[in-house]
Design a protein. Structure first.
Length: 165
């Protein structure tokens, strides 16, 4: 079946794509993502994990999980984007944009007010995607605070309502 489907983070296709993401990080940075992730982090309504399929094959993924204000720099109402990835042979087809849009819609429907993410400076295509989709640089948060090869981005999921005038 082609399209985008919600799955648990421990689904075999999610595990396979997550391993490919980690291999890409090792190739580009020399280390994998040390962020602790558990399947329950992505269970609705506190998150969502999506897999994109083409010709019956899992070719892309991404998820979000609830974050709240605490000592790692998150703000109340944050949804954190994790494990965005499209296999090289399926890139350039808008798959990542469709996954991202679906994740934003889901997080918004769950009452989240801001989507945040951390990505690496060497992931030029990821940075380009996020900027093109309206993400702007934001203050550091999470386990990679202080890493010179990390960048942090955010996007409001709800319009700000003015109470003035």
């Amino acid at each position: 079946m082609d399209g985008i489907r919600a799955v648990r983070f421990d689904h075999p296709d999610a595990v396979k794509l997550s391993a490919l993401v980690q291999a890409e990080y090792v190739r580009r940075f020399g280390y994998d993502d040390m962020t602790p992730l558990r399947p329950g982090h992505f269970d609705p309504p506190g998150g969502l994990f999506l897999i994109a399929y083409l010709a019956g094959e899992a070719v892309g993924c991404g998820g979000w999980r609830v974050q709240e204000a605490e000592d790692e720099g998150y703000a109340a109402g944050d949804a954190e984007l994790k494990r965005m990835f499209v296999v090289p042979e399926a890139r350039g087809r808008g798959i990542a944009r469709r996954i991202l849009r679906s994740l934003e819609d889901s997080a918004r429907a769950a009452g989240r007010v801001r989507m945040v993410l951390e990505t690496g400076t060497q992931l030029h295509e990821a940075v380009g995607l996020y900027v093109a989709c309206g993400y702007v640089p934001t203050a550091e948060f999470g386990p990679y605070r202080g890493y010179s090869d990390s960048r942090w981005f955010a996007k409001a999921l709800r319009e700000q309502v003015s109470t003035e005038g």
